[in-house]
Design a protein around this ligand. Structure first.
Ligand SMILES: N[C@@H](CCOP(=O)(O)O)C(=O)O
Length: 452
């Protein structure tokens, strides 16, 4: 299997090379040259455990990695999850399921891909006898998960940009209290979008990225999206047969990577029936799915900070498919968006996606309702997905973060502050962070001095 860029100006890459660089050199995002048809495998995958299923799935994509090596990488990636089911599917009532994606080491769905990506990087460093410098931007959860995917991995250094003061205190501690000397948490004076823009500019500097063997750890890296396909597949296989054809997956999302993974899986012949995109008050995706206009707005800090994003990276991948794989039209659309901050796509709204928007004023009330109705505690991101489940179909809500990451918001809503031992342990450790302007040149200079 080879990987092509959405912008059509990069030679096809192998899986390992696409993972190693993350963002395509022409500024586009990698996608598989063709998608496998998985429909014929589903019956035989019914009884596989999470790691077994992940190996079967990834074997269609990581085609140059020997099967035994892939299997070893995958198995090691899911040993640090607290639930033996890895991604338990919890039934709340006849029509409502929750897919709990917060049992990994940093208590967020990002662990599913970033534990794996850490092991893929390690494999690559060993196989190529090279070091790698990883760069990511985070609005809260990616940074912690990326750092914990790489902790203790020789030959790697990791640089994470995050908006200073705009992630939750515990999210910040997960990134800044590791004590590791290959981890650099850069608190920037700007929004997540500013961090992501600076990151893309740095990846646009071919000389710099080649010299430092720079890799992208955000969901612009296709390995992230592919790893996330697996939990949809796992959940779909665990739904009762009679509801599989109608279940709508309701997905809190900011950068569009999470819900895009489910949609991509559906294109591979796994009959997932539909997706609801759940945004917070940063609602560019909701506006797009309801009007067809993709227009950037001001980032508004919210109670669900990991989704405080206006420019959703993976939207480009969806657009590529919706434009029939026409890279030249895609390039024009992205240029127009960059120049004017807006683009309209006739006939795109709807389809497999519905959407909803939840304001900060609504989040506490939703948390109270879910707690009261089901005795279940949701974090503020997952609360956005519970805004308005469709009563006429089965919903599978993706619970993207552990409630203990947001104790203040939850205490204010339901009077109980959830805790988790791994987060409590962080409170005694010193914070190490670097204050840097939201400026590509300053960040480049920082990396230049510390890259391995
Ligand atoms: N929600 C994210 C923002 C980055 O998204 P990613 O999925 O592209 O890494 C976060 O928590 O950092």
């Amino acid at each position: 299997m080879r990987y092509i860029s959405t912008r059509g100006q990069t030679a096809p890459h192998s899986f390992s090379d696409a993972v190693a660089v993350g963002l395509a050199p022409d500024g586009g995002l990698f996608l598989p040259e063709h998608l496998p048809d998985l429909s014929g495998y589903l019956a035989s995958w019914e009884r596989l455990d999470y790691a077994e299923l992940c190996v079967e799935f990834l074997a269609h994509f990581a085609t140059e990695i020997p099967r035994a090596t892939l299997s070893d990488i995958v198995r090691r990636s899911y040993t640090r999850f607290e639930s033996t089911a890895i991604a338990p599917l919890v039934q709340l009532d006849a029509r409502t399921y929750v897919l709990e994606l917060f049992h990994g080491p940093t208590l967020a769905f990002k662990d599913f891909a970033l534990q794996l990506l850490g092991n893929l990087y390690e494999h690559q460093c060993r196989a190529r006898q090279e070091t790698i410098n990883v760069l990511g931007a985070t609005s809260g959860d990616t940074g912690a998960a990326a750092i914990h995917g790489l902790l203790g991995k020789p030959g790697t250094a990791i640089f994470i940009l995050y908006p200073d003061g705009r992630v939750s205190p515990l999210q910040e501690r997960q990134m800044t209290c590791t004590g590791a000397d290959n981890v650099f948490a850069l608190a920037i004076d700007g929004t997540f979008d500013a961090a992501q823009t600076a990151l893309k500019e740095i990846f646009g500097d071919q000389d710099f990225r080649t010299r430092h063997r720079l890799s992208a750890v955000n969901s612009i890296n296709l390995a992230r999206v592919l790893a996330q396909c697996v939990y949809y597949l796992h959940a779909w296989l665990r739904l009762p047969q009679e509801v599989r054809g109608e279940a709508e997956f309701v997905v809190p999302t900011g950068n569009f990577g999470n819900v895009f993974a489910g949609w991509l899986l559906a294109r591979m012949g796994v009959p997932l029936a539909g997706f609801k995109v759940a945004t917070n008050q940063n609602d560019i995706l909701h506006r797009f799915f309801t009007t067809g206009e993709y227009r950037v707005g001001e980032v508004q800090p919210s109670l669900a900070p990991s989704m405080d994003i206006q420019v959703a990276s993976n939207f480009e991948r969806l657009l590529y498919y919706q434009l029939g794989g026409d890279a030249s039209r895609l390039r024009s659309a992205m240029q127009q968006f960059k120049a004017t901050g807006a683009c309209t796509f006739e006939g795109f709204a709807g389809g497999a996606f519905t959407s909803c928007r939840t304001s900060d004023a609504e989040i506490p009330g939703i948390m109270q309702r879910v707690h009261h109705e089901f005795g279940y505690i949701v974090d503020p991101h997952t609360a956005c997905a519970f805004k308005a489940l469709n009563p006429s179909r089965v919903s599978v809500v993706l619970a993207t973060a552990h409630p203990a990451k947001f104790p203040e918001t939850i205490k204010a809503a339901i009077g109980v502050a959830p805790t988790h031992p791994s987060l409590e342990a962080l409170k005694a450790r010193p914070i190490v962070k670097y204050l840097v302007p939201a400026d590509a040149a300053a960040i480049r200079a920082f990396i230049e001095q510390r890259a391995i």
